[in-house]
Design a binder for this molecule. Structure first.
Ligand code: PLP
Length: 402
């Protein structure tokens, strides 16, 4: 969002762009009394994605890479096309030097990097740096890899990727001080799934130098804002297709084959999720024609509007970086996620109450690593189909509980 505009001006400027896009979500159109505010968990699907899946399943459904008849060939070509589409969508400037693997989502993608690639990089006494306060999916695979290597007599030191206490952003200076000659790998998150903050991962490359591979959990950025591997000097981008408007059980690992061993997921991979893969191409096409830059501006403006309103209600505490809460924050950009607590009301109860008003939100510990799941909060996560009217109605419902 431009610093001068402010959320309302931004929303007004984008309204005529957003309206026809909202109309393309059949589940939204079919439920006028409900507001889906849980897109960070999984995104709703536009008609174009549903059409692409139906067309595939009714014209050429077959297994990929296994037959030589026309449907099998068509399916194989669609999978190849989807692979190219992921690279294009991520702005890959050197597609010949990267590869794309399909997974069921970010969790499986990160686990595959940890299981199939990381051990080949590490020797006894090496160190890796991973986030202890992000999503559990971006911590447990690295700890499991350490355990596996330890059983083979290879001791790997796992260090915590440092955070700044004031903002929740990563701390590049503390990271630079922690990096040594045995640092072999860093795992990080692009956008925090609880605080909605852009984690400024470009500063990580600057802090660790040119040789250390970086794996990026992009579950909350791909599909929500422009993500370009031409700009981000990272080695893996792992994301969930289902959070980017593709079918459930869909995701991908993009791997830049430059630092460390070549990434080749091990074992027999079996039949791919062909309908999911077809839906991913359609979803990325849809998002690209909608414009991920405008999607980000729209959802950030709605998130700012909600955050500003919560800031005026003393009973509510918004989690995350205080300075990013201001509409024109220069410190840390906030995207489509706003997470908060209401003093005196348990988060799960609040989620239940909000559903009574027609709002579907997430209310628990959000799978955050190191957090007790009982220590809950309410997360509102927005997408392009959400409107100012929905946000204002949510604010009114929250105010009525004051
Ligand atoms: N990483 C982050 C930041 C997430 O928000 C999520 C899901 O919410 C995941 C990883 C796991 O994604 P999936 O459930 O698609 O594997």
């Amino acid at each position: 969002m431009s610093a001068a505009a402010g959320p309302l001006a931004e929303i007004a400027a984008l309204a005529s762009w957003q309206r026809p896009l909202r109309a393309q979500f059949p589940i939204v159109a079919a439920h006028p009394g409900l507001s889906y505010l849980d897109s960070a968990a999984t995104a709703q699907k536009p008609q174009a994605v549903l059409d692409a899946v139906l067309e595939y399943l009714t014209t050429s459904n077959a297994n990929a890479g296994r037959g030589s008849y026309p449907w099998a060939n068509a399916t194989t070509a669609l999978v190849r096309r989807a692979r190219d589409r992921v690279g294009e969508f991520l702005g890959d400037p050197e597609p010949d030097r990267s590869s794309v693997y399909f997974t069921s989502g970010t969790s499986e993608g990160l686990r595959s990097v940890a299981r199939d690639w990381l051990p080949g990089l590490l020797a006894d006494g090496d160190e890796i740096v991973v986030p202890f306060g992000d999503h559990e999916a971006n911590l447990s695979p690295w700890l499991e890899a350490r355990g596996l290597l330890a059983r083979q007599g290879v001791r790997v030191l796992v260090r915590e990727l440092p955070y700044q206490a004031s903002s929740g952003d990563y701390d590049p200076d503390a990271l630079a001080a922690l990096v040594g000659p045995r640092t072999r790998f860093v795992a990080a998150t692009h956008v925090h799934h609880v605080y909605g903050a852009d984690m400024n991962v470009d500063r990580i490359r600057a802090a660790v130098g040119p040789r250390v591979p970086i794996c990026l959990d992009a579950a909350q950025s791909v599909g929500h804002l422009p993500v370009s591997v031409a700009d981000l000097d990272v080695d893996f981008v792992v994301f969930s297709g289902h959070k980017a408007m593709a079918l459930p059980g869909t995701g991908a690992v993009w791997a830049r084959q430059r630092r460390g061993p070549v990434f080749r997921p091990g074992g027999w991979s079996g039949t791919p999720n062909t309908a999911g893969i077809v839906s991913l191409t359609a979803a990325l096409d849809w998002l690209e024609s909608a414009g991920t830059g405008r999607v980000e501006r729209w959802t950030s403006a709605l998130a700012s509007r909600l955050t500003d309103a919560l800031g005026r209600m003393p009973a509510y505490e918004v989690l995350g970086c205080r300075s990013s809460l201001a509409a024109a924050s220069e410190v840390q950009r906030r995207t489509s996620i706003v997470t908060f607590r209401r003093r005196g009301i348990d988060a799960r109860d609040l989620g239940f109450i909000l559903f009574g008003h027609g709002f579907m939100v997430r209310s628990d510990g959000h799978c955050q690593a190191g957090r007790d799941e009982k220590e809950g909060s309410v997360r509102v996560s927005l997408h392009v189909h959400n409107t100012l009217e929905e946000v204002e109605a949510l604010v009114a419902a929250l105010a009525s509980l004051q």
